[in-house]
Structures are given as structure tokens and as C-alpha cells.
Design a protein around this ligand. Sequence first.
Ligand SMILES: [Cu+2]
Length: 359
Amino acid sequence: MAGIYRILIAFLMALTPLALGSVAASAATTARPVAAPATPAAPAATPVATSADAAAPAADAAAAAPAFEYARPVPGIGQPVVGGLDFQPQVTENGRFAHFLNNAILLPLSVVICLLVLGLLLFVVVRFRAGANPVPSKTSHNTLIEVIWTGIPILILVGVAVPSIDLLARQYAPPPANALTVKVTGYQWYWGYAYPDNGIDEYVSNMLDEQTAAARGEPYHLAADNRMVVPAGRTVKLIVTAADVIHSFAVPALWTKMDAVPGRLNEVTFRADRPGVYYGQCSELCGVNHGYMPIAVEVVTPERFAQWVASKGGHMVAPAPAAAAPAATPAAAPAATPAAAPTTPPSAGATPAAAAPAQ
Ligand SMILES: [Cu+2]
């Protein structure tokens, strides 16, 4: 007994510095904005104010840049639905494969195994009850049954492992040479995005307040003032890190989730094949406003991506030779019908399309 207590105390002592460190970091960074997080409305006001501050210096530069209109999201696409049980509609090949693995293999298998075990249990309870068996069976071994109930689970586990490991390998496959690099930084409590290849310095993305989100036709708590914009049909390489505590960058429809850890650069890739607006949230408990740092990713056509890059004052980079991009198959071309059409046509002034990448 004393041994167990000692182990328990040692475990708690090991955890204490972590907890204290996290609290101290939260307190240091948030002393100002977290004055009154008592009501849900209070945290929402904070990021917007921060956004206004951050946007001010960039206003002059943006004035000269061509305009870019964000697309409106389509209900049910890239966001949760009321009463939804299934995955969000997946717009990446990996996501569709994972959806298939879950719905066509794992779920049916789990249901069959649960029903089989339940049936056997009920059979044993009824068939071998004490009332019907005054003299209990003395059977203790049966080699055939033991081989069967060891062999079949092994076969099932191997059968599940093969597609699971395949999915894992696909998710972390090295990106092709022409992948678009986006650096994602988690902060308490907003996100920063930078496009080093395109000369776009980090800009921050804060949650929209309820009125603005409603005016833009976006879901409150998921809508952000500045989105991450990426082209359809091209692999995006995210370099994910954090500046204060651990966050996690997660967008369900893009089948993407990666921890953002201070001092580390984690890499994850995705290739969306359908333009649209896809929302996500920080998925690592990171402090009092953890629930108020949504992620908004807009997947656009390569032409619109070039317009967006120009609107940010960046430049397009020449794509790498096609031979270096084995993943760039015709199947990766964006669908003819975009999931989310822009509210207004892009500005005619933005015509750097000639510099757009080939795919
Ligand atoms: Cu976070």
C-alpha cells in the first residue's frame, strides 16, 4: 500500500512543474486580455480588438494591393452540422480513404464483434445457468476452440492493421518539390500564417465577433477575420509551431491535425481537391480562450490564389519541374464546380495570373 502511495506522490510531483509552467505562461501572456472572461461574449471581444491593432500598420500596404474577396461558406461543407454523426465531407484523398476505412471496415467490424460477444455471453448465461446444471461441467481445455479464438482475432487485427498503416504512411508522405509551404504558429489565442515561398510575412487570424460573422454568412466561433488561403490541387506543406503553449492545428474536412509545440517545427501535408471554405479549431487545451481561436482555410483555384498572393503584397514562385512532383496527377485538378463561389467576382485589377503555378 505504501508503495502505491509513493508512486502516486512521485507522479503528482512530476506533473506539478508542467502544470505550474502552463499556468505561469498563461498568466504572463494573458494578464491584459483576460481581465473578464466570465461571460462568453467577453473573450470574443478581445481577439477582434487585437486584430484591429494588428491590421492598422498593414492598412497602408493593403491600400495599394488589389482587392480579394473571401468566398462564402456552403452550409454543411467544411463545418459541423446540427445533429451530425458522420465525418464532415472530405475534400482530400486521404480524408476520403480514412472515411472509407472508418465507415466500411472498422464500424461494421466493431458492430459484428460486439454482437457476437453479446450473443455468446447470453448463450452461456442461459445454457449454463446453475438452475439447469445441478452438476457443473468439469471441462477446462479444448485445443481446437483455443486455436480458433486465438487465430481469428490475430487475423482480424492484421486485416485492420494493413489499411491503418497505409493511411498513416499516406498522411506523412514527404511532400512533392512543388508543395506550397505555409508556416502556422499558434498563439494564445489566435493563429499566425506566413508564406515564406511567396514573400508573405506572418499575418494573424482572429475569431470574428457574432455580428460580423452573421453579416458575412459565416458560423460564429468558426469564422476568422483573416483566412489561410491555399490553392486546390496542390500539396500544401504546413510547418506548425507555437509561440507560448501547445496548441493543435486541426481542420476536419481537410483531414489535418498537427500539434503546435513551442520550439518545434512539426510538418504535415494535405492536398484539397475542391475549392471551398473549411473550418477548424485549436484542438489542444491551451488556456482560457482555447475555444476562441478558430481556423478558417479557404481553398481556391490557382488563379484566385495568385490574386490573393498579390493582394497580400507577395509574389508567385515558379513551380518546380513536373518530374519532381509525382503526386501531381490530373485527378488532382480542382473540380469544375467550386463548393463555394466568391460573393463578388475578383477585382479585374488583379491580373498576376500569368505568374501562377502550372497546377
Ligand atoms: Cu490553442
